[in-house]
Design a protein around this ligand. Structure first.
Ligand code: 13P
Length: 254
């Protein structure tokens, strides 16, 4: 049985004061999610990681993640953050290859692959983002684009390592636009990603890897999406910035 993962990507939002308030409110409202096979992850900006970390103690099933990582251990890389630094802030997850990083910061399948390998070497769980643009979907290239991103991200990895990753399918046209992929559209891409994972490893590994959906997920559409057989949770932007909405997503079937 795969766990359900509800991860909040706060993007470039939240002062440290507001981050602390939000994380406390999330921790207070979670209840015993771990006994329901469910986990929640908060991914604040780097600057707020240490403000948010204390809110995790005592909140079972709540984890801290970063929004990016660098693939070198240390040295002259101005502005970058290493895996060890993230771990020292309390992180256990790390988002890698978000479409905003691919679009604005030159992230490629090769850098994604290096970052995934580094995070696994350091025992951080990578949440690897893949997804097509509107133009790619409209020209019937969505499946090929996503396949290339999955292959690129996992290039050269053993099946034991592939078993440790989380994939997030985030169609770029659904991010921050209010346009969600329909459950049918999302399910067919998730099933396709699982097929690719099976090809790279084996059936049992591909069945074990959680595949999250991201893109305008909200309390109104979450249930229909997560009830699809290959959708194992969500990576949430806008709706993760309000404790009430994020908690509704975590408790989507209450
Ligand atoms: P929204 O939920 O705001 O569409 O963002 C999704 C996302 O990019 C999460 O990583």
């Amino acid at each position: 049985m795969r766990k359900i993962i509800i991860a909040g990507n706060w993007k470039m939002n939240m002062s440290n004061d507001n981050a602390l308030k939000l994380s406390k409110a999330v921790a207070a409202g979670l209840g015993d999610i771990s006994s329901r096979g469910r986990i929640a992850v908060m991914c604040p900006p780097f600057t707020a990681l240490t403000s948010v970390a204390p809110s995790l103690s005592g909140a079972k099933g709540l984890y801290l993640g970063a929004q990016n990582i660098f693939y070198e251990d240390k040295g002259a890389y101005t502005g970058e953050i290493s895996a060890d630094m993230l771990i020292s802030c309390g992180c256990t997850f790390c988002i890698i290859g978000h479409s905003e990083r691919r679009k604005y910061f030159g992230e490629t399948d090769e850098t994604v692959n290096k970052k995934v390998k580094k995070s696994l070497e350091k025992s951080l769980t990578p949440i690897i983002c893949v997804g097509e643009t509107l133009e790619e979907r409209e020209s019937s290239r969505a499946f090929n684009v996503v396949k290339k991103q999955v292959m690129g991200a996992l290039n050269g990895m053993s099946k034991e390592d592939i078993a440790k990753v989380v994939i997030a399918y985030e169609p770029v046209w659904a991010i921050g636009t209010g346009k969600t992929a329909s459950p049918e559209q999302a399910q067919s891409m998730h099933a396709y990603i699982r097929e690719q994972l099976a090809g790279l490893s084996d059936a049992s590994v591909s069945q074990a890897v959680p595949i999250l959906y991201g893109g305008s997920m909200n309390p109104a559409n979450v249930k229909a999406l997560i009830e699809c057989p290959d959708i194992d949770g969500g990576l949430i932007g806008g709706a993760s910035l309000k404790a009430e909405d994020f908690l509704k997503l975590v408790h989507f079937d209450d």
